[in-house]
Structure formats: C-alpha cells, structure tokens
Design a protein around this ligand. Structure first.
Ligand SMILES: [Zn+2]
Length: 139
C-alpha cells in the first residue's frame, strides 16, 4: 500500500467530481491548495482551471494565467500547492504517458476516471500511488 497520504475533505471531493462531470467528454483540470504536515498532504481549497489543450478530449493543459492566479490565492491564505487533478472521460484511473512526461510539480496528481467513477492519486513521474483519504468536515 502507498505510504504517503493525501487528506481531501468530503466537500472538495464532491466539488472535484462535480467539475469533472460538468464536462463529461473533455478532460477538466484544477489545482488543490493546502498544507504539508510531515508526510501528509491536507487539502483546504480547490481551484477549477480552464483546460487549454489543443485536444481536450484526450489531454489537459491548465491555463497558466489561471494557474498563477490560483497559486497567488493560495499564498494569500498561507497555503501551498498540494495537488493537481484532471479527469479521464474514458478512463483509465492511471496516469497516461503524456501525464507522466508533462508532470512538473512535486505534488500528488489526482486522476478522476469518469468511466469507473474512481479517483486515485500519484506522484509523478515515479507513478507512486498516494493514499487518498476523504475526510469529514474541514481539516
Ligand atoms: Zn491524464
């Protein structure tokens, strides 16, 4: 089992799925703000971002202007980037080769697989799975 856990409040878990299902034929992307305590990531905020990939049915590219804005909003609340999520409209719940090649941040990458309804998280490029804990209420 994976050792590094990510705690995601139930309300943000729901918001992530709502975002993914709002555009079921395109990949959606977003950023997660929070804190790292020891080896555990705690998510506090979720920022949906525009997907500006040339073919959003099969890939994602977060609009850098909106990503920068989200990072600034995190800093204003003394939060850090603790995750990036995107959806796979037709699965699978694992990172694609492109996901692995383009991963630029040392935070968990969450993948919402709309086909199977599963959400999993990985550190990339190692593809080491991160244990996802959906928690009640705010952390
Ligand atoms: Zn992907």
């Amino acid at each position: 089992m994976p050792g590094v856990p990510l705690h995601l409040p139930a309300a943000l878990h729901a918001a992530l799925w709502q975002h993914a299902r709002s555009d079921p034929h395109h990949e959606v992307v977003g950023a997660l703000g929070g804190v790292l305590h020891g080896e555990t990531w705690f998510v506090h905020t979720l920022y949906p971002l525009p997907n500006i990939a040339p073919d959003p049915t099969r890939e994602y590219l977060a609009d850098p202007t909106y990503l920068l804005r989200a990072l600034k909003a995190m800093r204003a609340e003394s939060l850090d980037l603790v995750g990036l999520y995107h959806s796979h409209p037709r699965g699978p719940d694992r990172p694609s080769r492109t996901d692995t090649q383009l991963a630029a941040y040392d935070v968990p990458y969450l993948i919402a697989d709309l086909r199977s309804g599963t959400l999993r998280a990985y550190l990339l490029p190692e593809a080491q799975e991160v244990a996802l804990h959906v928690t009640d209420g705010p952390e």
